[in-house]
Design a protein around this ligand. Sequence first.
Ligand code: ATP
Length: 752
Amino acid sequence: MLKSIELCGFKSFAKKAVLNFNTPISSIVGPNGSGKSNVAEAFRFVLGEQSIKSLRGKRVEDLIFNGGKDAPRANRASAKVVFDNTRRIFNVDFDEVSIERVIHRDSVSEYFINGSPVRLKDIIELLASAHIGASGHHIISQGEADKILNSNIKERREMIEDALGLKIYHYKKEDSQRKLEKTEENIKQVESLRREIAPHLKFLKKQVEKIEKTIEMREQLKNFYLEYFKREDEYIKGEKDRLTEEKRLPQAELHRLEHELRQAKDILNKSESKDIKSDEVMRLEGQLRETRLTKDLLVREIGRMEGEINYLDRQYKKQIQVATSVETKNVDLSAVETLFNEVSLEIDQGNASDDLNIIKGILNKIKGVLKDFVNKNKDNRDEESLKELEREIVDLRQKKAEADTELFNLKNKEVEFTADYNAVKEEIEKEKDSNRDAEKAVFRIMAEQNEINTRLASLQNREDRLITDENNFKQELIEAGVLVGVEAVRYKEVAFEMIPEERNRQDERRKNIERLKIRIEDAGIGSSDEVLKEYREASERDAFLEKELVDLHTSSDSLQALIKELDDKLTTEFKFGVDKINTQFQDFFSKMFGGGTAKLSVIREIKKKRKDTDLSVLERENMDNESDSGEEESEEGIDIEVNLPKKKIKGLMMLSGGERALTSIALLFAMSQVNPPPFIILDETDAALDEANSKKYGDMIAELSKYSQLILVTHNRETMSRAGIIYGVTMGMDGISKLLSIQFEEAVQVAK
Ligand code: ATP
């Protein structure tokens, strides 16, 4: 319920003036120009009117008291309305609600709700909750009685929406649309951010995959190593034991034979029957022994050299393998530039020629250049160290060849000596002389020695191989420690089920290890920790953005749903409201005119945005219907149909001034009754009515005042007579409006 309005500095109300409205109908009367309409305007002003023009001003200053004779101009204008809110017509938890607006000459507006500064938006929302909308359908200014009839269909729709209290849905909808736009903008931003980081993330992911693969390969290598080492260690130990064991017997035997030989030779030396043959046997024995000893040493030396050559060969091949593996290869930019220049030159030549054969030749040349480039860059071997290795190998081969020749000679010598020796041996055997026992013993011993030495030599061979294996083993342990870490050399701590196997299985393992080593070296990842960290951060950020995107889409969806819901609500409630207004409209209208029909209808008007209709435009439209419909704009609004009783003419255009006033009053009253606003201000709406109609108007006002408080600016006696309070407004020589509460009879006087 409206309690009061207080004006201060507003237009002609220079001094503080308060109007209390504690009856259903209040009247404001007074002579022309005394400031009555200023009071009505003060309502518009305080409720947030933004158009200065509709407050009959050009600038904000026009709303502030501009001074009069002996009265200084004011610097501020304010208006404050106070409502009783015990029935909670406003959606706030106060029994009284005051709304105040203050303007200064510097054109700043301030708004207050119950004394607290607020934004205009807050005022509008608060008012909307009480069906007091911005279109101000409930404040009819002077001369605007038929405003609703003059408005276009869209403006009418807005007024009716206001009256039905649907504006609040519009605000909500606009708010949601703004949020939706912002959300969509955010979605675009987040999407573009994700697109931006995507390539980097992809790159990092590849790096990380490489790192993970290397880690995996290291783990695999470690496991290879562990089994390899464990088996190798076991093999070396076992082989050592076996060799010691196998050597023990022949060595003892050899010992014994040497002792026997010494004895036999002693006998021969001391013997009286010692002859040339005996000497011969001893000499040959010595020569053979020496030759065989040298030969054995040489065989071992050759074996050692072979081992070394093998090792160096392997090193050589490995270096080349690493250098020529294709997994990762960096090429100098300058090399690429050189290639580019070279190819460009050829292409230029090709461009300059029309001869297909020449061009084909150039193409082949380019192919060759590219092939060379690829081949050259495939291979980044270290030529220096390879040459060094090569030299060593050649050197060793040379030495081995020499040793082979020497061995060959020695073998010949051995054959020679053996032949001589066999000859002597045969002769002596033939003699069947017991004196020759000693000689025979020498032969036998030597034969046995020879046999045992052969056995020992092969054992020695195995021992040499074992030493090489052991050296390789130690070398491999060091490498493994560097490449994989200490875990790889802790084979002793690992329990394996050692199924016996062929020795060459270890060679296979070794090859696998070599292959894996090369692949790990190829991967050549630098500071993996940093890459991992960067990847983690980047993917976390991406995941965050992804989640954000999901959230944004969710809120976009729910905003769209909300907008749809609001639209639906607006449509149904609007239709429902219009139906209700129509019932009242018909009722009021027939009361006013003693019959007839009046009706609002919701229509959709299609507006063509075409400016002219010259032929070219028409032709274009005929050809292209799509663009035609694109230039159309449809608009939903309210049409008013009236039918006066006993008159054939139809439509608003045909109404007289008084009829227009009556029709709009009927509509206004109908709207107000369906959804009553807390108050209605009518500024001389009754001006055009004759006495009979004034009476009907007065009756309807009395009816309307049951629902809404009425403030009526009027000169009409009938209207005044319906008021509970009458305020008289006068203006003296000083140009300041003054207020006084007066009696009806007085009012009739004042109004004149
Ligand atoms: P009517 O009965 O003819 O409609 P009214 O009582 O409604 O008259 P208003 O239109 O409310 O009169 O008042 C107009 C008066 O207010 C004029 O005298 C005008 O000079 C005065 N007025 C308007 N703006 C200002 C201002 N900023 N400062 C001082 N006086 C002003």
